[in-house]
Design a protein around this ligand. Structure first.
Ligand SMILES: NC(=O)c1ccc[n+]([C@@H]2O[C@H](COP(=O)([O-])OP(=O)(O)OC[C@H]3O[C@@H](n4cnc5c(N)ncnc54)[C@H](OP(=O)(O)O)[C@@H]3O)[C@@H](O)[C@H]2O)c1
Length: 329
């Protein structure tokens, strides 16, 4: 069936300025780390992506290694662009990254110029694109000079293969250095992609201040702690969940009793706000001024609909924040 994008797609989405750049990102963005690989149901992922676009989610986040197998999420995106979404390319912000192991040998991971630029060429081929909107260094490399990694990002822009650059998983100190190098090169750092959720608050300890000071946007990944901060595991482990799927990244052990006591208390509080736990967890992040967008994953259209509905209530009183902090202690 021919796809026609919803004509109301921009009516309900909130768009936030990414740091001090000219780019606006949707408050909710969609990541293709899980559920979009070569082993997943192609029609289902297509349905999720098309619904995302219809909801005003203009930003899709990828990396060279998303799958499994690595690279297959980029190939699946290419096929959906080719058949449906490609005609809307100028309405889309597509990002990819390089940093983790992608191919054998000394040039297949980390932060060398050799790896980053070869990987970007491969990603562009897999996605069938001439350029990505954002190209990230996926993780800091302790052995490569930061200047080399940042210059490679700058080259990607100069070569017309990326419009903007970003960094992911860099500490506050590494971020300060990276931002300064990029500024000197004339390619500002657009955005930082750190893990941030109610159970992992490391960014509050310096990184958010650094990003604000330098006008860099922030798009937290795993804002739902991969599903723990939702109603998914309140009554056991559903068969179709990430934990049941034997993900190497989210295991049964992560659902320990201490965590689940907090999840249940948060869920009760969410009910009082008239939200689901997932919506509470996303609103809690989005209520911070430094945050541009939350980068969610989804295994169904219903999850996506629920997550975008978060935008109806993003406000918290001081007392409420303190109450939540107390649960999270
Ligand atoms: N830069 C990095 O190093 C890095 C690392 C990790 C992720 N990322 C990016 O961040 C994106 C998101 O990461 P993530 O998938 O871990 O994010 P997440 O949003 O924390 O978790 C997504 C999972 O939560 C569950 N879920 C989502 N919405 C729900 C809802 N409304 N109700 C119930 N359950 C819900 C689903 O689990 P089920 O599948 O069990 O249904 C879904 O797959 C990735 O796709 C990737 O783009 C980046």
């Amino acid at each position: 069936m021919t796809y026609f994008a919803s004509t109301s797609r921009y009516e309900n989405m909130k768009f936030n300025r990414c740091g001090s750049s000219g780019l606006l990102l949707p408050a909710v963005s969609l990541g293709l780390w899980h559920n979009f690989g070569g082993m997943d149901d192609f029609n289902k992922m297509k349905e999720i992506l098309l619904k995302a676009f219809d909801l005003g989610i203009t930003h899709f986040d990828l990396a060279n290694n998303y799958g499994p197998p690595p690279g297959s999420a980029e190939i699946n995106l290419k096929n959906i662009l080719k058949s449906e979404l490609g005609k809307h390319r100028d309405e889309l912000i597509i990002s990819t990254k390089a940093g983790y192991l992608m191919w054998e040998g000394p040039y297949g991971e980390w932060g060398s110029r050799k790896y980053l630029l070869s990987s970007l060429d491969q990603s562009l081929k897999r996605m069938g694109l001439d350029y990505v909107d954002i190209f990230y260094s996926h993780r800091p490399d302790p052995e490569t000079p930061l200047e080399e990694t940042m210059t490679a990002l700058h080259s990607a822009v100069q070569q017309g293969k990326a419009l903007y650059v970003g960094i992911s998983n860099y500490s506050a100190e590494q971020t300060t250095k990276a931002v300064k190098i990029l500024k000197k090169l004339g390619t500002p750092c657009l955005i930082h992609q750190p893990r941030y959720n109610m159970f992992d608050r490391w960014v509050e300890d310096g990184l958010l201040d650094v990003l604000e000071k330098h006008g860099v946007g922030c798009i937290p990944f795993s804002p739902l702690a991969q599903g723990i901060l939702t109603d998914r595991y309140l009554n056991g482990i559903p068969e179709d969940s990430r934990v049941a799927g034997e993900s190497i990244f989210l295991k049964k052990e992560h659902l320990d009793p201490e965590v689940m006591v907090k999840v249940k208390a948060l869920n009760q509080h969410a009910e009082q706000r008239g939200q689901t736990l997932a919506q509470l967890a996303l609103a809690w992040i989005l209520s911070r001024k430094q945050i541009t967008s939350v980068l969610v994953g989804a295994s169904s259209v219903d999850q996506l609909l629920a997550n975008t509905a978060t935008l109806h209530n993003l406000s918290f009183s001081k007392d409420e924040m303190a109450y939540i902090d107390n649960i999270l202690l």
